[in-house]
Design a protein around this ligand. Structure first.
Ligand code: ADP
Ligand code: ADP
Length: 229
């Protein structure tokens, strides 16, 4: 479950300006694809089409062989988890933030998700900078810690498809390394689409496509792309 197909996908926000000019790729269930390219190439647009925030203007996007235009937006979004590079937290405990969208989740499930994302030590804390009276429960979260809250939320949601947006990640290398194991954990057995600026950050993807101005300029594994220069 979770096979993604883009078939000759074309898209424009404005009819005078095509953004995606015929994008073809398939990600078998459980595999990882990385979409790499400069700012403005159309990477985020691909993830928005997958979420069905917009419909394609040509070609089709399919999940498990089903055209997204034939399914509800709600069911599509239910199947996809997103770990954005910049997570905005609610003014409530970390546990609340992890549980958000999953009110029926048990405390045990929340703790387990927090453990996998390595934030179990502070799930009763409040993210500082939001509450005015947080007192000693207030905790200033780093960018990496906030991202781990998003990872824990995604683990709890347990969607078959995952989007990791690393493109504008402001994380330093140390933090990046720290959250890598949590990311590996969450992408395990899920179809994963990684959005990134640089080839160097997507070494483990099963396939990589390099997007330039709405077209696939190159595709292959990390090694193949390095060999081709
Ligand atoms: P990337 O993620 O690779 O940086 P995007 O998919 O965000 O690229 O954007 C691709 C192009 O589409 C850019 O030129 C951008 O300015 C344009 N674009 C993005 N969102 C919109 C929008 N909502 N309306 C009009 N143009 C947009
Ligand atoms: P659910 O209740 O199934 O979690 P939501 O509608 O709350 O559904 O969210 C579905 C997914 O869409 C979530 O993983 C969320 O992170 C993602 N999402 C929501 N809004 C946006 C957005 N503007 N851009 C990117 N991803 C989003």
């Amino acid at each position: 479950e979770g096979t993604i197909s883009f078939k000759d996908v074309r898209f424009h926000y404005d009819p005078d300006r095509p953004i995606l000019k015929g994008i073809d790729f398939e990600v078998p269930a459980g595999r990882t694809i990385a979409i790499v390219g400069p700012s403005g190439a159309g990477k985020s647009t691909i993830s928005r089409l997958l979420f069905r925030f917009y419909d394609v203007t040509g070609g089709s996007v399919e999940i498990d062989g089903q055209d997204l235009r034939d399914v509800t937006q709600e069911s599509v979004r239910h199947a996809i988890g997103m770990v954005p590079q910049d997570t905005v937290l609610f003014n409530d405990t970390i546990a609340y933030n992890i549980r958000y969208g999953r009110p029926a989740a048990s405390d045990e499930e929340v703790r387990e998700a927090a453990r996998m994302a390595q934030i179990h030590d502070f799930i009763e804390k409040l993210p500082k900078g939001y509450a005015s009276e947080v007192g000693e429960r207030g905790l200033k979260l780093s960018g990496g810690e906030k991202q781990r809250v998003a990872i824990a939320r995604t683990i709890l949601k347990s969607p078959p498809i995952l989007i990791l947006d690393e493109a504008t990640s402001a994380l330093d290398t140390h933090t990046e390394r720290e959250i890598q194991s949590a990311l590996d954990e969450v992408s395990q057995n899920r179809t994963t689409l990684v959005i990134a600026h640089r080839l160097s950050t997507v070494v483990n993807a099963d396939q990589i496509i390099v997007l330039e101005a709405g077209r696939i300029a190159e595709r292959g594994t990390h090694t193949e792309l390095l060999d081709s220069g």
